[in-house]
Design a protein around this ligand. Structure first.
Ligand code: G4P
Ligand code: MG
Length: 180
């Protein structure tokens, strides 16, 4: 992975989600529930709800330890518990911010399939074009990515300590792209 960072503002996130919601609608998929993978999927999920008016269930899954190193496998920090039976026979739209190694997403899909939903579709803001550690379960027939990008680190606005600086970097990056 290069040192380069790809800056994404809240405004860009909002527009990506809006575009994704339109694509979900055009595909004919009408989800009953949104499942958001935290924490990166939480803010995108709330924006998505503006366009796709469905309840959001939040799950917490982490692939990183407290020292930022990868754990052996993704693990649950928080799960759906009392409402899990409500997923049976339902059309789920699973949302996360990024499809990186795919390990977290595939793990989460696998766990959700245990409740025998009618379908699980996956939606992410960004898909990194790279060799994935894990394949998406074949049950996933619909997959929506807002943007396909190379394998570089994405700076999301919610990670920014200084949002003005963050937005400035996104603008600079766009100007640079326009010049090349
Ligand atoms: P995947 O299935 O979605 O590909 O996820 P993977 O297991 O590979 O790892 C996901 C973790 O890595 C997530 O953090 C995600 O936020 C983080 N991540 C991967 N690439 C990027 C990136 O380019 N930028 C940023 N900001 N994060 C990235 P997590 O441990 O699940 O925690 P959280 O940040 O969602 O709370
Ligand atoms: Mg995440």
């Amino acid at each position: 992975m290069s040192e380069q960072k790809y800056y994404v503002s809240y405004e860009t996130v909002h527009k990506l989600v809006r575009g994704l919601a339109e694509r979900v609608e055009k595909s004919g998929y009408d989800p009953d529930v949104i499942v958001a993978i935290g924490s990166g999927g939480f803010i995108p999920a709330r924006i998505l709800k503006t366009f796709i008016h469905r309840p959001i269930y939040a799950v917490g899954i982490s692939y990183y330890g407290t020292d930022h190193s990868h754990a052996d496998h993704p693990h649950k920090i928080q799960w759906i518990d009392e409402v899990q039976s409500q997923l049976t026979g339902k059309k789920i739209l699973l949302i996360d911010e990024v499809d990186d190694t795919r390990a977290t997403l595939a793990y989460c899909v696998g766990e959700l399939l245990k409740y025998k939903p009618e379908e699980v579709a996956v939606l992410v803001l960004h898909n990194k074009l790279k060799k994935k550690d894990v394949e998406m379960p074949v049950e996933v027939k619909r997959y929506f990515a807002g943007e396909e990008i190379p394998d570089i680190w994405i700076g999301y606005p919610w990670d920014a300590a200084d949002i003005d600086e963050h937005n400035r970097k996104e603008r600079e990056q766009r100007a640079q792209e326009a010049r090349t």
